[in-house]
Design a protein around this ligand. Structure first.
Ligand code: GDP
Length: 450
């Protein structure tokens, strides 16, 4: 990644749209764009103009940001073009011919980091905001992007630097009769930093689980209407629907867009009787020439897989046909919601509290089902909190270990060494703390220059 290059990229998703955005960054962006015939001022602002792409005039809105007041900290130009993807390709090709090159993945944000526009946690937040698949994820990502972790680390980080500065002064002036910090004072200070960091670790959920969509599993007897329900929720014929029992054999997982974000809905082999993971009778239509013993084995394996998914699921939705009066199937844990299906055929007499009577055929209560699934999927997700990645957690844990060693150490030099390690680990989270700079800042407050 050479920061002297002028880079360009399509910054909007590929495909037809109302408008597409091409973004450029680098020292020569203004001259590169001018070569396309854009009549524009080299001043920050937003202008309408016409680009000449191989004799084809392309109307364009140009946004200009001059260094250092831009996302990357370099000169940045955004070209907002009519939403035909071909136009964007032609404009990009013309920019490449005039000296720009295509940006690598994340290169705009990398430039922002190297130019001091953001630290590593902000950059991680930017990536997470783009990838977030639901509202909780989006909020946690935004907190990271907005620098909340950096802000929360500032106090412990400065406290480590301050204590370290005192210890180093103690070492530097050991010949003279000056004491900067006693062992007891140091222990109290380090204990307070340990408490702050431990508190941050315990109250902050992890960001990675938010990447995984919540899994909602449809469980019920064969023919209860699970596949039909899944198809109706997804809006397309994903699962095979058949009046014959036992057509769904493997677990079928499909992304489902709910009001608060993406979940995963799973349809699985119908669970038979109250015996739980009992194998179904293999269907002759699926026999496919297999020997009956191996079919039974396959059916058993599928039932076991279904039971495993039930245990792992974020929520179990028990699906029952309105006219099925047999005892409920046994589940490894109680269902979170019971859905009574096929209610277009008759009223569900046992549609009691906690039961939702629906019909995938005439759409009855399907909106209510969608809202209920949304509550099951996202109601329990970590509240609106800052979330930490595995990298942040590891760095804080390593800093805590060093601080604990520093606390037990009585020799000043060894304690200082441990505090310096702690500072490095905490600094690695933002990727930008220069310990000497922090120490310099602290030392400048002391009157020891005699
Ligand atoms: P699964 O084995 O639980 O996946 O059940 P299916 O979705 O394959 O449905 C079994 C049978 O019930 C099929 O013949 C479906 O057409 C029928 N069925 C499912 N849902 C409804 C519904 O809401 N109304 C009616 N009338 N029939 C349904």
């Amino acid at each position: 990644m050479n920061a002297a290059d002028t880079i360009c990229a399509l910054s909007s998703p590929p495909g037809p749209a109302g408008a597409v955005l091409v973004r450029l960054s680098g020292p020569d962006v203004l001259s590169v764009v001018k070569q396309l015939g854009a009549a524009m001022d080299a001043r920050p602002g937003s202008y309408f103009c016409s680009l000449g792409i191989d004799d084809l005039p392309v109307p364009c809105r140009i946004n200009i940001f001059l260094a250092p007041h831009s996302y990357t900290g370099q000169d940045v130009v955004e070209l907002l073009l009519p939403g035909n993807p071909l136009l964007a390709q032609w404009v990009l090709a013309a920019l490449l011919r005039r000296g720009a090159r295509l940006a690598e993945a994340g290169e705009f944000t990398a430039r922002a980091f190297f130019n001091g526009k953001m630290d590593l946690t902000n950059a991680e937040g930017v990536a997470a905001v783009i990838a977030a698949r639901d509202r909780h994820h989006q909020r946690a990502a935004r907190r990271l992007m907005d620098g909340e972790l950096t802000a929360q680390l500032r106090r412990p980080l400065e406290a480590v630097a301050h204590t370290l500065a005192l210890l180093e002064a103690e070492v530097d002036f050991s010949e003279e009769d000056i004491s900067f910090i006693s062992v007891d004072q140091r222990r109290v200070q380090v204990a307070s930093i340990i408490a702050q960091l431990s508190d941050l670790l315990t109250r902050s959920p992890r960001l990675e689980p938010l990447d995984r969509p919540p899994a909602l599993v449809l469980a019920g007897r064969p023919n209860a209407g699970k596949s039909t329900l899944l198809n109706a929720l997804c809006g397309w014929e994903r699962a095979v629907v058949s009046p014959e029992a036992g057509t769904t054999r493997d677990v079928l997982a499909v992304p489902l867009l709910l009001p608060r974000g993406w979940a995963q809905i799973e349809d699985m082999a119908g669970l038979e009787s109250a015996g739980g993971a009992q194998a179904q009778e293999p269907q002759s239509s699926l026999a496919n020439g297999q020997a009956p013993a191996s079919q039974a084995e396959a059916a058993r394996a599928m039932q076991e897989q279904a039971q495993r998914r039930l245990l792992e699921a974020d929520a179990i939705v028990l699906v029952r046909a309105w006219d099925d009066w047999r005892p409920a199937i046994s589940l490894p844990r109680p269902a979170d919601l019971t859905v009574i299906t096929k209610c277009d055929r008759g009223a569900a007499l046992d549609a009691a509290a906690g039961h939702l009577a629906v019909s995938a055929r005439d759409g009855r209560n399907m909106g209510a089902l969608r809202r209920a699934l949304d509550r099951l999927a996202f109601g329990h997700r970590a509240a609106d909190k800052l979330a930490l990645t595995a990298r942040h957690v590891r760095a804080i844990e390593l800093a805590l270990e060093a601080l604990q060693r520093a606390q037990q150490e009585s020799a000043t030099e060894l304690a200082a060494h441990e505090l310096r390690l702690a500072l490095d680990h905490l600094g690695s989270i933002g990727g930008r703390v220069d310990p000497d700079q922090v120490l310099g800042m602290i030392f400048s407050q002391f009157c020891v220059g005699k």
